[in-house]
Design a protein around this ligand. Structure first.
Ligand code: DX5
Ligand code: ZN
Length: 223
């Protein structure tokens, strides 16, 4: 069955060298990356601060890759328009930050971009049931959000599987993306559990050979 499924790889620039961002993005693009994952952190919802729409606006003209923005910020609904104008293709919000999640998802979709929802490791998969029919993407966190280079939480494999079953029941078109601690050792398990898109930060950008590391992750899923 897996032979018919194609894995998408989304390198996360969180682990890239920001003084050399243009070159590093071009390396992953040439190496066959499918999306570029952009981690937006506000120092409130998560302990770390990264970058916002201005940096995305600067990246937009230098790559053809779909820009996949993961908002780890409080009140994300206040910034949808700015991220849209900055040029994102996919905007994903955390269920933990959205009391009016249905409204927020509708607002993202009103800009004709893809809308995603994501869950922290401790947030139950069942919270997705009511919103899945409306989303294009479900992002499953396999580390606690905030930092690159953390260890994959093995227990999350069961959750990916559960979410994959919920997806099959309620919205077959939604993609499942998995984020945190993915490397060549676990990528196949994650893919087999039901992931369509693999985010990888450290295991790609902290490697000596970025292009090779990306290709190795893809290859490891078909072994
Ligand atoms: C964590 C971020 C991830 C991070 C993944 O808060 O959401 O996207 O960049 O990095 P690695 O692959 O190093 O765990
Ligand atoms: Zn992320």
């Amino acid at each position: 069955m897996n032979k018919q499924r194609k894995v998408l790889i989304a390198p996360s620039i969180l682990s890239a060298n920001f003084a050399n961002l243009k070159e590093q993005i071009s390396i992953v693009e040439r190496a066959g990356a499918d999306w570029l994952h952009l981690d937006i952190m506000d120092g409130n919802f998560v302990p770390n601060i990264t970058f916002g729409p201005m940096v995305i606006e600067a990246i937009r003209p230098i790559t053809k890759l779909p820009l996949d923005a993961h908002l780890m910020i409080l009140n994300p609904e206040r910034y949808i328009e700015q991220f849209y104008h900055a040029g994102v293709d996919i905007l994903t919000v955390h269920v933990e930050t959205c009391p009016h999640l249905h409204r927020t998802i509708q607002e993202i979709k009103s800009y004709n971009i893809k809308a995603g929802v994501t869950l922290n490791p401790a947030t139950p998969a069942s919270l997705l049931v009511e919103i899945i029919p409306y989303v294009d993407l479900i992002l499953v966190m396999t580390v606690n959000p905030g930092f690159g280079g953390q260890k994959f939480i093995d227990k999350m494999l069961e959750k990916i599987n559960t979410i994959s079953r919920i997806r099959d029941n309620f919205n077959r078109d939604a993609l499942i993306e998995v984020d945190g601690g993915i490397n060549t050792k676990n990528a196949k398990q994650v893919f087999d559990a039901g992931a369509d898109v693999l985010v990888a930060g450290n295991s790609i950008f902290k490697s000596k050979d970025i292009a090779k590391a990306l290709k190795e992750i893809r290859k490891s899923t078909s072994r």
